[in-house]
Design a protein around this ligand. Structure first.
Ligand code: PAF
Length: 285
């Protein structure tokens, strides 16, 4: 596996591959602290392309909270070992100055309501930072396809919108959320969970599964109350920040006052603070 530390390393590696044969590059951008969720993106990129590149860069402009940035888990050597074992072709560690040639600040994209709804409202500036770094990474790597996990459902919508606004020649591939046996969505932030919080956290997905089975006949407001009770339980370990029900395409909130007609598509989103970790999850219900 090639370990690339600069844009010129990356460009000469890709030029070399292109001179050898016709290649398509599948790209998996990450912030490291890799887990099986990332590896499922890597495997998919490998199946669908002749070369797979993973980037590792903890992007400061998408952290609206300095404590969150400082505590973001990092384990570079282990990440490299995992990628090597998976047969990944290259790992790219971009230089901040090359990603942000104009200085470390986010550009401003017209993200419409995505910037106000749910994570847009809860983390001001977060999606501008994500869009900025992903645009820059895509310009560096120039992949045919880029792979993102649907755990960050709204992030995928933001990235698609940025690519459409800029007419970028890349296919964005959204991949299913990878889960532990307990149902907990895999996330680098799970490393911050204490044992007790780790045992409580699967209640988040259990509440989403329960909602999928029980959504018909209830107004969504009642469904939220029941989900809240299921997640919070009586131990006080999980603090729900919000539960939202959105249209799966626009993410716009749905009417919560009356029972929805059967078969109305609904995406349910849950954000919970579990000790030091802020956990997000979503599911079609
Ligand atoms: O999902 C992530 O890990 C990050 O938001 C991304 C897409 C790598 C951008 O920094």
């Amino acid at each position: 596996m090639h370990i690339l530390h600069s844009l010129s390393d990356l460009q000469s590696r890709c030029a070399h591959w292109r001179a050898e044969s016709v290649i398509t590059i599948g790209f998996v951008p990450t912030m490291g602290a890799l887990h099986e969720g990332h590896m499922s993106l890597v495997h998919r990129a490998q199946r669908e392309n002749t070369r797979c590149i993973v980037s590792i860069y903890v992007n400061p402009t998408q952290f609206n909270n300095p404590t969150d940035l400082a505590s973001y888990p990092q384990k570079t050597e282990e990440d490299v070992r995992m990628l090597q074992a998976a047969g990944c072709d290259a790992v790219y560690f971009p230089q901040a100055a090359e990603l942000y040639p104009q200085g470390m600040q986010a550009k401003q994209y017209d993200l419409g309501r995505l910037e106000e709804l749910m994570e847009g409202g809860a983390r001001p500036g977060h999606y501008q930072g994500v869009a900025t770094v992903v645009e820059s990474l895509l310009a560096h790597v120039q992949p045919a396809k880029a792979y993102f996990g649907l755990k960050d459902y709204q992030q995928v919508a933001v990235i698609r919108r940025m690519c459409t606004l800029l007419q970028l020649p890349v296919t964005i591939v959204a991949c299913p959320t990878a889960r532990a046996m307990s149902g907990l969505a895999l996330s680098s932030r799970n490393a911050l969970l204490s044992e007790a919080h780790g045992l409580a956290a699967p209640r988040i997905y259990q509440s989403l599964q329960w909602a999928a089975l029980n959504r018909d006949g209830f107004p969504l407001s009642k469904l939220r109350e029941a989900m809240l009770e299921k997640i919070q339980g009586t131990d006080g370990l999980l603090r729900v920040e919000y539960i939202a029900f959105g249209d799966p395409a626009s993410l716009e909130p749905l009417d919560e006052t009356c029972a929805l007609p059967m078969n109305t598509p609904v995406q349910a989103f849950v954000v919970t603070q579990a000790g030091a970790a802020r956990l997000i999850d979503n599911e079609a219900i």
